[in-house]
Design a protein around this ligand. Structure first.
Ligand code: PMT
Length: 404
């Protein structure tokens, strides 16, 4: 199944390193070209010879060892790899990559690579929950690195908690999925809006909403990983621009509308994730409004509805919207799907635990034209992004069948 795919497996120094042996063996059985890079500490747990025998390739540990062939090995492997999997990923390697430190063969290869990198953390649960480790995981996730969650259960140190390496079978299935998806958007151009908009009241005040941009940025990163050419039109957020994504920043809904209408014709898929202000102030005061004893009334006027305007002109393009709701989720979302002429709407009950604004996870239902509903459990926003992209491909394939 993985014939012709080059996978680099990074093994770090943790007791779970023994499970990497089975990961390498399973990848090899699927015909992947597997190259193992071990940290110095990993060699205290498992001998490089074990990985060499299973992968049928030299195992790299030392940056300065005399190479067998003339090659700058961390660069050539970084270029060759279609996926780098770090399993087990210790707090140390996660921290190093998050800080841009490249001081051994594994960290140097990861930092030189432009393929997807999957980290599978395994460590004591207190280490995993440590805010510094969680901050580093969030930093890397925002930059487009992929994380597979550790399992909960009995740990080697005798305690119990979240931090166990998932089974090699589960990890290899995850790798398989990632590689299968890796290029399925390569002939597609995707336009995404994300984040909130801000409507000025005066030079120091504005109307906005709590959208963090995480959901839209996750879709942009996922589409880019899958080979799409992606343009992200973002409201004001505190996130790093996703790697490889052309990102344009706007503030007001009118600016977002103008940017979208300027370029939408060049895109095959239009995904409207932004929480756009429906109204703006009729007049923006040019000086700070001074308070008085009277009440203040601000007149608001309608902003254009970007998704609805696209619905009128989209032609064969696939239009996907989001619907953040606090009640009547299916009815309200389905109404928007039809009235804005969308192909699919992502219904988002923002009152649910782990869903909606600002969260790292989301809980959504994907409603397609014709009423078909895919009900997803709580998932990371990146996983939700991939499920949305999977459904868009299904819609594209169905449209092609309908047209022939
Ligand atoms: O950014 P995060 O913190 O990760 O949070 C994600 C999210 C909650 C913002 C996201 O999952 C979400 O639900 N986005 C849509 C929010 C919304 O307010 O939807 P709406 O019901 O107002 O609009 C419906 C659709 O029309 C949306 O696709 C919206 O982008 C679009 N729209 C709405 C108004 C407008 N003037 N122009 C638009 O294009």
């Amino acid at each position: 199944m993985l014939k012709g795919k080059t996978v680099v497996v990074g093994v770090c120094g943790g007791i779970a390193a023994y499970k990497s042996v089975e990961i390498v063996s399973r990848l090899k059985k699927l015909n992947a070209d597997v190259h193992v890079i071990m940290t110095e500490n990993a060699t205290k747990f498992v001998q490089p010879l074990t990985f060499r025998s299973l992968s049928h390739n030299p195992v790299l540990v030392d940056m300065f060892e005399e190479p067998k062939v003339w090659d700058i090995q961390h660069i050539s492997l970084a270029e060759k790899a279609e996926l780098i999997v770090v399993a087990p990923a210790t707090a140390n390697i996660i921290g190093k990559v998050a800080s841009g430190i490249a001081d051994d063969m594994l960290s140097t290869t990861i930092i030189a690579a432009d393929c997807p990198v999957l980290f599978v953390p395994a460590m004591n649960f207190r280490m995993y929950e440590n805010p510094v480790v969680q901050r580093n995981i969030n930093t890397l996730t925002d930059l487009g690195y992929i994380f597979m969650e550790p399992e909960s259960g009995q740990m080697a140190c005798g305690t119990s908690g979240k931090g166990r390496l998932p089974s090699p079978e589960a990890i290899v299935n995850y790798i398989n999925d990632l590689l299968a998806k890796s290029k399925d958007y390569s002939d597609m151009k995707v336009l995404i809006t994300a984040g909130p908009t801000r409507e000025a009241i005066d030079p120091v005040r504005f109307i906005t909403n709590p959208s963090s941009g995480k959901m839209g940025y996750a879709i942009a990163a996922a589409a880019c990983e899958r080979g799409a050419s992606v343009r992200l039109i973002s409201g004001p957020v505190n996130l790093e621009k996703p790697c490889g994504v052309e990102t344009v920043y706007v503030t007001r809904a009118m600016e977002m509308y103008n940017e979208v209408m300027k370029v939408y014709k060049n895109y095959d898929v239009l995904i409207m994730v932004a929480a756009v202000a429906d109204y703006r102030c009729a007049q923006i005061a040019d000086r700070k409004i001074k308070k008085s004893d009277d009440n203040l009334t601000i007149e608001l006027v309608r902003n254009p509805d970007i998704a609805a305007e696209l619905g009128k002109v989209k032609g064969d393009r696939i239009l996907v919207g989001f619907s953040a709701e606090t009640d009547n989720l299916l009815k309200n979302a389905s109404g928007k799907l039809i009235s804005k002429n969308m192909d699919m709407i992502v219904a988002n009950d923002v009152t649910m635990e782990g869903a909606g604004f600002g969260a790292d996870t989301n809980v959504v239902k994907l409603i397609k034209r014709g009423g078909n509903i895919v009900d997803l459990p709580v998932m990371s926003k990146k996983d939700v992004a991939h499920r949305i992209l999977d459904e868009i491909l299904n819609i594209k394939n169905q449209n092609e069948i309908d047209r022939t």
